[in-house]
Structure formats: C-alpha cells, structure tokens
Design a protein. Sequence first.
Length: 400
Amino acid sequence: MGHSIIFNTGLIHRRQTLVGPMKRILLTSAATIGALCLSIGATQAREDGFYIGVGAGYNLPHEQDLDVTNADQNIEHSGGPGGLATFGFKYEEGWRAELEAGYRSSAVDSISGASGNGDVDAWTLIVNGLYDFEADGFTPYVGVGAGVAYVNFDGVSPIGTAGGGTTSLNEKSEPALALQALAGVSVDLTDSLALTGQYNFLAIPEVHATTVNGTDTRSEFYNHMFTVGLRYSFPVGKSMAAADPEPEPMPAKAAVEIAPEPVAEPEPLPPIAEAPPPPPPPPPAVEEPEITRNFLVYFDWDKAELSPATEAILRQAAKYAEDGKVARIILTGHADTSGPKAYNMTLSQKRSDQVRAMLVQLGQPATGIVTFARGEAEPLVDTGDGVREAKNRRVEIVLE
C-alpha cells in the first residue's frame, strides 16, 4: 500500500499542517496508554536484571510535509523492512529503562503522479522508559522515548524546482530530535527468554536536508512499525540472592533409647539342694540408628520438576528411610503467593506427587507414602499476596 509525502512551499503553512497531526497522534497515543494502564491493574513483584533484545518487522511511513521554494509536490512511497536492537535494565517494581537502536527503510513509488525513484531510510538511537503489566500467561507493556535520528535520502527524484527544472535528494539529514511511543506484549518461553510483539510510533518533527543543487529543505517524518522479536534477561542483584537455596535437611529428631529390662533375681532353692547358677543376663536392646527424619526440597517458580540438587536430597532421604525402617513417609507440598489460590493448590499437589514418584523409584513402597497439598496457605516466609518467594515453593518430607 502506498503512502503520500506532500511538499509545501510556505513555511507558515507547513508548520500549521505539522503541529495539527502531531498533536492528534500524541494525544491518541497518550489516551491509548492510559486506557491500557487502567485495564491491566496492579502488578505482581518481579525480579530485576539486565536484558538485551532484537526485533524485526514492517514499517509504514506517514504523510510528510517538505518545504522547497515555490515547489509543491506529492510523493508516495511504500513501506518496507525495519528492525530494533535494545539493551536495558528491568526493575522489580515493573519499570524498565533501555537504549534502542532502530532502522526503517521505504522505497519511493511516485512523485506527483509520475514514476519516482529512490529510497528513504531512518536511523535512530533512542532512550526509552517502559512499564510492564503482569497478567496470566503474558506481560503487556507501554513506553515512551526520546533520542536522535538521521533520515537518509538515497536518489529521491525527480523533485521539481522553482525554475521548472528537477533535482533530487541524495544525502543524509542533519541530526534531528526523535520522539516515540510504543506498546507491546511479551510471552515467557523460559525463565530467561521471552517472545515479544511490539508497535512503535516514531515522530521526527524537524528534518533538514539539501538537494544536489544546493537547495535547503525542511520536513518532518512520522512512521509506524510492527516487529516480532526475542528478549534475553540476565539475573543480577537481588534476583541472584533470591535464587532457589540449596535443599538442606531439617534438624534430626532425637532417637528414642530403649532401656534393657531388669533381670529378676532367682528364687532361693531349698537348702538341701545346691542352688543352680543364675541365668545369664539378657543381651542389651539394639538401639535404632539415629537418622535424619525431616527434609525440605525446593522448586523453581511455577515448576514441579525436580532439580539435580533436589534428587540428591531425595536419595539421602530414601537411604535414611531404609536404614531406619520407617513405617510411613509424609509429603506436604507448598507454593508461594504469586498465582491464583486454586492454581497454587494444584501446583503444590503436583510437587508432592513428583517427590513421591522419585521415592518409589528409589525403592520405597508406594503404600507407605502419604501426600498432602497446602497451596499458599502455610508459607515458610510470610509475604503479601502475589510475591515470588523461593523458600515457600517446597515439599516437606517427614519420616515416621
């Protein structure tokens, strides 16, 4: 689909036509961002850290006004490919700050109804401020940014001149202020990698360039771009400190010692007979081996799979259960408060079932293992609702 670029001769007329559309676009963007903020609501706690991202997609140039002395022209050009690369930092409260490098390319279709030639490319370097809204299964976000831009005119012709001749634009513009509003959504593929879909509206209010015959031109540049990309997060700071702790056994309960039974004194025999020797004392009772009877194993956020460290603890628990000849093993699953209560109840049961399956695999009889699920009802660390706490994502193991 083609898009128009209209060249006007009057500076006053150009500024009037520039300010009106820009105000409408910025007001529309602000209203859209505000409505999205109200519709999503409060966010849950998140982990902070650095991240990088890339995206590729399609851009659509907006109408432009260009001042060339006594020469009004209508230029249409088609959309083309575009791309973004970002480096930033995200905060636990949902805010993000990033540096974005962008590229947009389009080809000239026609000029004043006649065939046109050339390309128009825009290069940007922008600092963005963004806010993430957490929802079930995905993360919407919005943002604004400001930075610097270059618009490169490559053989854009024929451009009419005041004397009736033609010329062309074939140079990179001066550095210009660039403003943008953006909105998008991300979906976690893993704990560190997310798929993103994003819309960017770019506004460059003043673009200065010179034609090949030395005529100065002034214009603005508006652009819409849609991209799909990937974002990779590096955990740092608090997120590393909040990583799942190594499972550690709970303090062992003292083993109960069984005292030997007292030996009864033999009754005296009649004096006419010699008393037999007393019977030997019974052997001392064998004490049960002292074993660890309480264990804790932890899980990743929203996961029920066993980690290698967790499996090592379960092997230790199974050995103690075998050595101590325990009659029953009680498993109680828990979850943190970062999801719906019904979902967390199901997740805590899955964690208990995973531990039970591993113990059965290690030789413990399935009939002697009992599982319970507590969801988020009995946290090890008290937190508010919607908080990811590693120590609350656990299964307690008791050997009886």
